[in-house]
Ligand binder design. Structure first.
Ligand code: FDA
Length: 315
């Protein structure tokens, strides 16, 4: 999304989606529509999707949906789901890793328990030669998330990485620090509503920051994941890599399940590494609303289908 209008749209939607009435409407009508962005409710659903993606040469990262839990025992249950997910991936030999959210593992409730949960998942992944991506949430959790990943690496668990968001002012320094520690990163623009005290608000500033993070990684030959659906960014990365003789294996593109699937298949055909972020599970609402906030056409799709759903939804 470009320009002031796009930013206004994103911020407004991220604001109204916290309102109970909007949440009620979305949960009533949105579940079936959310299927556009979510692989299904079960692990089997998700693994079927990764199999289909694999046939197109697209790798996956699987996210068992859940964030902002209210009781630490829920984190334990999510951890168990991730252990099963890692085994599921191993059993079907799909080219997939996993992505998880720190608040899902208890970060907002009990930092020590959260670390122990994440460490268990990362250790289990290491036993199965797999990798864990720790997604980046909003700014109350930025430093804690970075600390978790650094601590894992200090313990020798280098099969964990995280995400840096181009819209944050602090990211320039974080990128340099994480590069030095050679921590595997996914680079994104940033999906949350953040204030002008901590984050760039203008699209061109976010893009300039995004390009500078990407450049730093490619120049230093540190394997990185560039997660964006933005054609301008994708073309720029391809051209930069070509000009600087950076091999296609030195980085990967990432996109979300349900978005630009043809473009994902095209990148695979062109020989680029491309990974699809595949969420599954029943806690789809916050993930779904962030997708709506990113692009007016995603919201239009929902509104267009609302009347059809009203007709056949249970009273
Ligand atoms: P953006 O929405 O800025 O759109 C820019 C342009 O791209 C559009 O104008 C259009 O031309 C094109 N475009 C975008 N979507 C399109 C579509 N569906 N069809 C056609 N054209 C389209 N954020 C975060 O804060 N923490 C995280 O951990 C993650 N993790 C993550 C993983 C993955 C795999 C992805 C792809 C993204 C994330 N994000 C994230 C989200 C990220 O921060 C950002 O909000 C979204 O990717 C939206 O930014 P884009 O660059 O994709 O396009």
């Amino acid at each position: 999304m470009m320009g002031i209008g796009a930013n206004w749209y994103r911020k407004s939607l991220l604001t109204i989606t916290g309102i109970p009435l909007v949440e009620k409407l979305s949960t009533t009508y949105g579940k079936r529509l959310a299927g556009k962005f979510i692989a299904g409710e079960t692990l089997e659903d998700a693994l079927k999707v990764t199999e289909a993606l694999g046939k197109l040469g697209i790798m996956a990262t699987l996210d068992h949906l859940g964030e902002g839990i209210r009781d630490i025992s829920e984190a334990e249950a999510y951890k168990e789901q991730y252990l099963k997910l890692i085994e599921g991936i191993a059993s079907c030999k799909s080219k997939s890793n996993v992505s998880l959210k720190p608040t899902q593992m208890g970060l907002a409730l009990d930092q020590a328990a959260c670390y122990a949960n994440i460490r268990d998942v990362v250790k289990h992944a290491r036993r199965h030669r797999n990798f864990v991506r720790i997604d980046m949430e909003n700014t109350p959790y930025t430093q804690a998330t970075i600390d978790i990943v650094k601590r894992l690496h200090a313990e020798g668990l280098t099969n964990a990485g995280t995400v840096l968001q181009a819209y944050l002012f602090r990211t320039e320094q974080d990128t340099k620090d994480m590069l030095q520690a050679r921590i595997n990163l996914r680079l994104v623009k940033g999906a949350y509503k953040e204030s002008d005290e901590v984050a760039y608000q203008k699209t061109d500033e976010v893009i300039a920051s995004f390009k500078s993070m990407i450049k730093l990684h490619l120049d230093n030959r540190v394997y990185t994941a560039i997660a964006s659906h933005d054609d301008a960014i994708i073309s720029w990365v391809k051209a930069y890599a070509r000009t600087h003789r950076i091999p296609k294996q030195a980085f990967e593109f990432q996109m979300l399940y349900g978005l630009r699937m043809n473009e994902q298949a095209k990148l695979a055909k062109e020989g680029y590494r491309i990974r699809c972020y595949v969420p599954y599970g029943s806690m789809w609402y916050p993930y779904f609303t962030r997708r709506l906030a990113e692009k007016p056409s995603n919201l239009m799709l929902v509104l267009k289908n609302m009347s059809a759903l009203k007709k056949d939804s249970p009273k």
